[in-house]
Ligand binder design. Structure first.
Ligand code: ADP
Ligand code: MG
Length: 323
């Protein structure tokens, strides 16, 4: 804590959080002391991910508190999923303009609903006064040899994505245009489903993985750069939801799918020998897995349109501090 916020308000809010925070057997000491005491399983690696959401930057200012809560945890669980890690615990740093108990209760509704789905315990955090900002750190574990790293793609691998692409970016485009937002698209923006089950199933099978937060081309570019390889993807192969197909025609749709952010799907690479096994995983987990391209030795990511021509995006992805 620090001197810049009202102590009564702060401790009130922390008490509300503590009363609702889910626990687990491996949490020896949760909210209330100077640090949490946690017992990771033996012979596993601890996986730790942190992401911050700022009002106006990461979510529209009119986003409901419950959706902010859901998304703040979802983006972190998505990072753990992209490592092939099993989520276990999280911490929550809240910066709030005022000690607003009703806002906090709504926020916790969304945050704790997702935490319950994945049995994640909230074990600590920080509460201060300031512009609306939410920082979550999520902890999980992974079998050492099975972790899905960005630097492990190999020439000849297939490139795959889970789910469908472009829905969240489409919702943002509709919101920015000031028109009606398709509810199915808006739900993908506000309530991303972290692909935890897919990440766990792919651990030890896929070579490299990343979660799609900044747009497919940008994020696949990170995998290629880290792995010292390149990739070619087919725009026509990118999976599109019925809602996206109904709302946007082909050229605009391709841009949303290839460059739009906030998908929180997994992009992974795997040897062609595993195509059948991956199709089986998709059936078992109920999460679509679509083959969209190939890893090659030519640096960079090349997107080809339906005619096989090189496609040039207007922007490769969302970059903070750009321009
Ligand atoms: P300290 O000054 O020792 O950091 P704080 O007063 O900041 O303690 O917090 C008291 C306890 O409440 C700590 O266990 C801390 O982890 C927890 N806590 C504070 N804010 C949050 C929050 N937003 N979510 C979960 N736990 C929190
Ligand atoms: Mg503190």
């Amino acid at each position: 804590m620090n001197a810049a916020h009202g102590a009564a308000g702060e401790f009130d809010l922390i008490a509300r959080i503590r009363a609702r925070a889910p626990l687990r057997d491996d949490v020896l000491l949760g909210i209330g002391d100077d640090a949490a005491l946690l017992r990771p399983p033996p012979a596993k690696l601890l996986a730790v991910a942190t992401d911050t959401l700022n009002a106006g930057v990461h979510f529209p200012a009119d986003t409901r508190p419950a959706d902010i809560g859901w998304k703040a945890l979802a983006v972190n669980l998505s990072d753990l999923a992209a490592m092939g890690a099993q989520p276990a615990w999280c911490t929550l740093s809240l910066s709030l303009p005022q000690a607003d108990a009703a806002w906090l209760d709504g926020f916790l509704d969304g945050f704790l609903a997702l935490a319950a789905q994945h049995r994640v315990a909230l074990v600590g955090g920080d509460t201060t006064r300031g512009p609306l900002s939410v920082c979550v750190t999520a902890h999980g574990w992974v079998t050492p040899a099975a972790a899905l790293r960005r630097d492990a793609a190999r020439v000849g691998d297939d490139v795959w994505v889970t789910g469908t692409l472009g829905d969240a970016a489409a919702a943002l485009a509709q919101w920015r245009a000031g028109g009606a937002c398709d509810p199915a698209l808006r739900a993908r923006l506000d309530r991303p489903q972290p692909r935890v089950a897919a990440g766990l199933a792919l651990a030890g099978l896929a070579h490299a993985a990343i979660d799609l937060s900044d747009g497919l081309l940008a994020d696949l570019g990170h995998v290629c750069a880290a792995s010292g390889v390149g990739a070619q993807i087919a725009l026509a192969a990118l999976p599109a939801s019925p809602a996206l197909q109904a709302a946007f025609a082909a050229p605009a749709r391709a841009a949303l799918q290839a460059s739009g952010g906030d998908d929180y799907e997994l992009c992974f690479t795997a040897a062609p020998a595993h195509r059948e096994a991956i199709a089986r995983l998709a059936r078992q987990t109920g999460i679509a897995m679509t083959r969209i391209g190939r890893i090659d030795a030519d640096p960079g990511v090349r997107a080809l349109d339906a005619a096989g021509e090189a496609w040039r995006p207007a922007a490769a992805g969302y970059v903070h501090f750009a321009g």
